[in-house]
Write a protein that binds this ligand. Sequence first.
Ligand SMILES: Nc1nc2c(ncn2[C@@H]2O[C@H](COP(=O)(O)OP(=O)(O)OP(=O)(O)O)[C@@H](O)[C@H]2O)c(=O)[nH]1
Ligand SMILES: [Mg+2]
Length: 284
Amino acid sequence: MKSGFVMLAGRSNVGKSTLLNSLIGSKVAIVTPKPQTTRQPIRGILHDPRGQIVFVDTPGIFLGRKDLVSKRLNEFVSETLEGVDAIVYVMDPTRDFGPEEEHIQRLLRASDIPKIAVINKSDLPISERRFEDIYEATDVGQTVALKLSAVKNKNLNLLVDKLFELVPEGDAHYPDLQLTDLGHNQWLEELIREKVFLALDQEIPYSIKVALEELETRPDGSRYISATVWTTEERYKKMIIGARASKIKEIGMAARKEIEMVTGLKVFLELNVKVDEKWPERFY
Ligand SMILES: Nc1nc2c(ncn2[C@@H]2O[C@H](COP(=O)(O)OP(=O)(O)OP(=O)(O)O)[C@@H](O)[C@H]2O)c(=O)[nH]1
Ligand SMILES: [Mg+2]
């Protein structure tokens, strides 16, 4: 059987995590319209009669920020690139080519790992895909180029067919029911982080991380979950909590609803907001 690792690479916001989720058929990675949503490489495992493909979703290349976390996110990309059998280079036709695209293309051209170039978001009207020509002309040494839509599942089967041609023969890396390497606690933290990203503007989402504190099963079978939203500044803390705690309630409710929907369990979720200006220094 075929078995291999495939990296999803590209700048922020092109839809790598959306593509991972659609390929796996389950939400393993969080998705938001903001850059730098993904903070660590996340694996999603595709099981198929032909074999197994382990997709590695990576943080997007984003050069707009110079902080420690951003630096580390860009490092993850180069590190992941070392150990995979193939790369899917994801491009977004709605945004102009820029320094980030140049950066990622330089990395890709320097690597002799087989590549497939994909232009995502082809569900959008042509008027929004204003820069498609530029991406169509892209050459990073790819074996093939495809247009697809991660949101509408368009042409994903073609992509998977091509990838099975590229990955080597080998034994499966994961048991056949496992969809991701993300642990349950991490999944909860990620989901809460997604809701913070969606609820808050500008730089605040980048100042936060989420840590699960308690996870208990109550006698009636419901779950009690408590987590801390860490931020780097007192003024951010105030904004995350909001007037009369309205923001943190909104975040907590959105997270709780999704956890309940996915698990089918009744959930009590308690969120606390705390300040630790030094957490980015300890980010991996
Ligand atoms: N219309 C359309 N939107 C898409 C598609 N794929 C992703 N998006 C949107 O693009 C935005 C970014 O998606 P993500 O999957 O978080 O992008 P990413 O590349 O993982 O971003 P980072 O983790 O920040 O690097 C979200 O608002 C998605 O809903 C697609 O096929 N069509
Ligand atoms: Mg992502």
